[in-house]
Write a protein that binds this ligand. Structure first.
Ligand code: ARG
Length: 463
């Protein structure tokens, strides 16, 4: 690093006392933002190419800097780079090494640039890639759910509200509900790309610059769509960070909900699905146990994702413009959320490929709890032209009778039914059939087998 007479890095020339040792140790971000080295070098190369194009630096210097940066990239990839924690972050580490490699001319790299625009440029490039990676894994998740749905169109189970049997549904319909959720996640991540595609590079510290730079050039070269429009907003904006953390949290909610669903279904009490040995763990004391730990892990990890979102929201609340050190926290939060979400989705994919459906038990449970009662009420509306409320009352009376006599609806005699509702005849028994009930739900978005098959096809097409 080029040093002044007091032997201090050049950006510290006006600071006469060394900062507190503890702050030096904990105030840096190197261990976190190291991860941005590739993006930092990519953006720096484009920056100096732009400086050269605009005649702000000469050909020789541009080439020297580009050569140095490429070499630094190699050193880092080959783990030969000496990181120095005394230099705050990855940006200072790379710049310092550039001085060592090419001497004072390295200093031209920071013409018309500040770390404030540099750090967000790197971060946005990184986050764009991360976002696309999550979308890719979400596609795999959706595909795994569709495969299972495809095998279970005609698998009948009770649909629950309040965890009580409500109405019969196809198991595939339940699974496709999660496809909807993950599709919304994809949409959210995709729309985040809009803000991520605005190029911050060139706003410098907060005001823009007096140098004749070309922001459209760097925008194009760095594959952004357009430059940001206000230099002050640019260096203080972390909306793109909140967007990512929120989208990750929403996606984590969905992961957590399907995890919880599977935990319930896999429980001995429900026994609707079975997890293969690949995705359960044993107990240290109870030899018989096979616990759904990976599912509980997914549910538990969701808390961390919300925490990261709330940390960032709190950091930004009331923070004046423009750049403050507070903002340095952003990267750790995003990296943690990203790693966690990626791991969770991969684990979920593993689970989706390693569970089996206990069809017999599902059907058995679907026969409990007068689950076709609503179908009976609907039948009276259609056949007897009753207002729904009257049909509801008559149905409730029939259910009460059946319950008192410990009978299922299809075990009632037509005379018993007629005593309560004389206008009914034995045609009514068809509505107590679970399959009949499911297939009558033909309204758009309903659970009929035909609807589900259509939906599976359309989801597949969207992938
Ligand atoms: N390490 C800092 C961060 O991640 C880089 C930006 C520094 N800018 C500044 N004006 N101190 O936020």
């Amino acid at each position: 690093m080029s040093k002044n007479k007091n032997n201090k890095p050049i950006w510290n020339t006006r600071i006469s006392k060394v900062s507190s040792n503890l702050f030096k140790k904990v105030g840096g971000s190197l261990l976190i933002d190291k991860r941005l080295f590739n993006e930092d070098i990519e953006a720096s190369i484009v920056h100096v190419e732009m400086l050269f194009k605009q005649k702000l630096i000469n050909f020789k210097i541009k080439n020297k800097i580009v050569w140095g940066l490429n070499r630094i990239r190699n050193e880092i990839i080959k783990k030969k780079f000496q990181f120095n924690e005394n230099l705050e972050d990855i940006h200072m580490n790379i710049e310092n090494r550039l001085f060592e490699l090419i001497g004072e001319e390295a200093g031209f790299i920071h013409t018309a640039r500040s770390r404030n625009d540099q750090v967000i440029t790197d971060f946005k490039i990184w986050l764009k890639k991360a976002t696309k990676e999550i979308i890719k894994i979400l596609n795999i998740t959706i595909n795994n759910i569709l495969k299972s749905a495809n095998k279970n169109v005609e698998t009948i189970m009770p649909g629950f509200t309040h965890l009580k049997n409500a109405q019969p549904v196809s198991f595939a319909h339940y699974l496709l509900a999660y496809v909807e959720m993950f599709n919304r996640d994809k949409k959210r991540f995709n729309s985040n790309l809009d803000n991520l595609n605005e190029n911050p590079l060139g706003v410098a510290a907060l005001t823009g610059t007096s140098f004749n730079i070309d922001r459209l050039y760097t925008t194009k070269k760095l594959k952004f769509n357009k430059p940001t429009k206000n230099s002050i907003d640019t260096v203080s904006d972390r909306d793109f960070v909140i967007d990512f953390l929120y989208s990750s949290s929403a996606c984590s909610i969905h992961i957590s909900r399907i995890a919880e669903e599977f935990i319930i279904w896999n429980s001995d009490a429900f026994n609707l699905i079975s997890l293969s040995d690949k995705i359960v763990t044993g107990s240290s004391i109870m030899p018989q146990k096979k616990n759904p730990d990976p599912l509980e892990f997914l549910r538990g990890k969701t808390g961390g994702s919300f925490g990261n979102l709330f940390s960032m929201l709190t950091i930004l609340k009331g923070l004046p413009l423009s750049y403050f050190k507070d903002l340095q926290e952003d990267k750790e939060l995003v990296f943690k959320s990203f790693d966690q979400l990626k791991n969770s989705l991969i684990i979920l994919n593993d689970i989706l490929k390693n569970f089996s459906v206990n069809k017999k038990r599902m059907l058995e449970l679907a026969n409990v709890g007068y689950i076709t009662a609503t179908d009976l009420a609907d039948y009276m509306v259609k056949e007897l032209n009753y207002p729904f409320r009257k049909a509801y009352l008559q149905t409730a009376k029939i259910i009460n009778f059946a319950e008192k006599n410990k009978k299922k609806l299809n075990e009632l005699k037509i005379e018993e039914i007629k005593k309560i509702e004389p206008k009914l005849n034995s045609d009514v028994f068809k509505v107590f059939d679970l399959k009949y009930s499911i297939n009558s739900k033909t309204s758009f978005g309903g659970t009929s087998f035909v609807n589900i098959k259509k939906m599976i096809r359309s989801y597949k097409k969207d992938l």
